[in-house]
Design a protein around this ligand. Structure first.
Ligand SMILES: [Mg+2]
Length: 130
């Protein structure tokens, strides 16, 4: 059953700002019935990824303390090149998306996060029903 499959996915959300995390978490959990786990910096993201092989998708804020999302994604991709990582970034500069894809991100969402865009991109990657 689709709902049971959805529950087998654990989404790692790396976001240092509470408000941003709350929005991402709400959209993901309410729309897909997925479990989420939060970290607040890149070091925690890498450690948590190592400790949770059931993680199937990472939402990665770029600007975080201790270690940024770009370095954390490099390390996570070194552990598992197949894990999808979506960059969540306030930087809306031209050419940013290309730079992020070069850094290994599979997708890119700029803040403020639009629910429809987030759900579409998560669904494209995980193949879930809303
Ligand atoms: Mg941040």
């Amino acid at each position: 059953m689709q709902q049971d499959e959805d529950r087998n996915n654990l989404i790692l959300i790396a976001e240092d700002e509470d408000t941003n995390f709350f929005v991402l978490d709400l959209f993901i959990r309410k729309s897909f019935n997925l479990k989420t786990i939060r970290v607040v910096n890149g070091v925690e993201a890498v450690e948590t990824f190592k400790n949770h092989p059931e993680i199937t998708l990472v939402l990665m804020d770029i600007k975080m303390p201790v270690m940024d999302g770009i370095e954390a994604t490099r390390r996570i991709k070194a552990i598992n090149p197949d894990i999808p990582v979506i960059a969540i970034t306030a930087y809306a500069l031209a050419g940013d998306e290309q730079k992020l894809r070069k850094a290994g991100f599979d997708e890119y969402i700029s803040k403020p996060v639009q629910k429809r865009e987030l759900l579409r991109k998560v669904n494209n990657i995980l193949g879930l029903s809303e």
